[in-house]
Design a protein around this ligand. Sequence first.
Ligand code: FEO
Ligand code: CA
Ligand code: CA
Ligand code: CA
Length: 635
Amino acid sequence: MDKNTDTTEEISFDDFDEQINPKPEENDFDRILEIALTRRGLLKSVVAVGGVATLGSLATLAPGDAQAATTRFAFESIDANTLDDITVPQGYSAQVVTRWGDPLWSDGIDFDHATRGSAASQVTSFGDNIDGMEVFAHGDKTLMVVNNEYTNRKIIWGNREEGKYETNDDVLKGKMAHGLTVVEIAQSDSGEWAIVVDSPYNRRVTPDTVMQMTGPAAGHDLLKTSADPDGNTPLGTYNNCGNGSTPWGTYLACEENFNGYFSAADEAHKVSPELKRYGVSSKDWGYGWAKVDDRFDVSKEPNEPNRHGYVVEIDPRKPDAAPKKRSALGRFKHENAELVINHDGRVVVYMGDDERGEFLYRFVSNGVYAVGAETDSLLEDGKLYAAKFHDTGAGEWLELNPETSGLASMAEVCIHTRLAASTVGATTMDRPEWVAANPKAPEVYCALTNNKNRGIKPNAGGDLTPAVGPNPREKNLYGQVVRWRPNGGDHTSNGFAWDLFVMAGNPKIHSDAYAGSANVNEANMFNSPDGLKFDSNGMLWIQTDGNYTNAEEFEGHGNNQMLAGDPATGELRRFLVGPNECEVTGCTWSPDKRTMFIGIQHPGERGNSHWPEGGDAVPRSAVVAIKRDDGGLVG
Ligand code: FEO
Ligand code: CA
Ligand code: CA
Ligand code: CA
């Protein structure tokens, strides 16, 4: 193949979407309630939003209380830094478990720093850009499933001029670095975790793996392609961001920015308005998949993008089983899928659509979960909702169905979910990232990572984005975490009360709303909350994917990091700082809760890291195990 002449700069997914689908500035919409902009005033609004009567102790967050309360933290907060290393509190240690390019089988090919691998080495090795992850106990085995979200062109093709693919094998290497990696892991006698090479559970799930479509969209005309005239057998999963898991032992991989992989040989080709809403265009994100696989050419296979953007259920105990795309959970840029078993046994899944001004969703199963009973249909059959937040501190779930959306069928609702949510008037959010449910109380948290368009531009569907409610700051650089409590503690209730758990900010340089809420101070400040996970004690772990320049608006924030928060007091402590130019994402625990696993994604994405190997090594995404030096519990 000719050398790639694509001149697309490597920019964020959201900026790419805006380049291909520009939106007008909102100059004239009815703007916005003035929110209290003094820090004290802001704190009041943050605290009072949910209403003391409905949120009880949640609404009592106040400065000083955290220090007065008996702490539930087992560590002292660490300082921000810009080291090309992992920093954890005194009394803890971190160890790399596995990295991008490590072979899963003994006949695999070791990672080559000069070539950065080949398609053949990559397909039998750990994928790139580690994101969501989960550990499952299976008899005496420990199985780990990890998303390999995407790949950074300048890293994976860093052996090529300008970091662009030059050969078909380069393109295929990039493609095979996507998907998921399933591995058995085990501890050595000294306690170090490593992959069990050649385990029968080891598996790569790639953009070419045969899948099964389930739920309302299965077999619909919009899913039919020349290779799959029945519309039931899509190939592959990619751009899997966050994840979820089920009590029946399966993993939920969530397809996020699926649009950026499609292109058309004729760049003048126009896609349908429905595809445009999802950011599909005639130009891809620089991966070149259409050059080696016609199904990624939207002029040839206009329905192929409709087969991506779902939650995919995978059983790590069955390495030969086809993963199942669960269309009942809707199609959008899925961040993660937080699954809760309601008190009546129904399965509730909370999900964010991570794009500026997109929505928050909920699925409620019709069937109930019972240990040992059939579980295969639970995520195929149920109702889908989008969230509306009122400024009063109340909220409601709006059902998405043919009647409310005006779409022709439930299949279309599950395929064009964004259109349905726009029609019912769901609240445009500041990029909903991970959702996490507190195991100790009926309350749910969602990271709203940032949104520089808040109050400035509508979303991709033209829905306005006024700076109100849980998204109160115009040009929101820092992000916030919203939480809600379902009415009556019932996750299937259509009503809830909400408030903001934290507004990130920079109190070093701001004294208004951009300083952040009162539980943010110069010792724990951060930006762009993304990964969220509760541990079994009900402590909330927050991971960041933000600006790591440590300058100007972000002075003092250092590298991306991980914090822990106490839902009862609002106190936040910094637990970990990642190496240069990484995102910290993905979090799970060993079955005995003595190890926490986290992911370090794309260290050195702008060329300034050699982590984890140091020297002049190629930087590599990696899974990291964190333990207490005294062997105690970490979650
Ligand atoms: Fe892949 Fe929304 O982060
Ligand atoms: Ca994320
Ligand atoms: Ca993010
Ligand atoms: Ca990232």
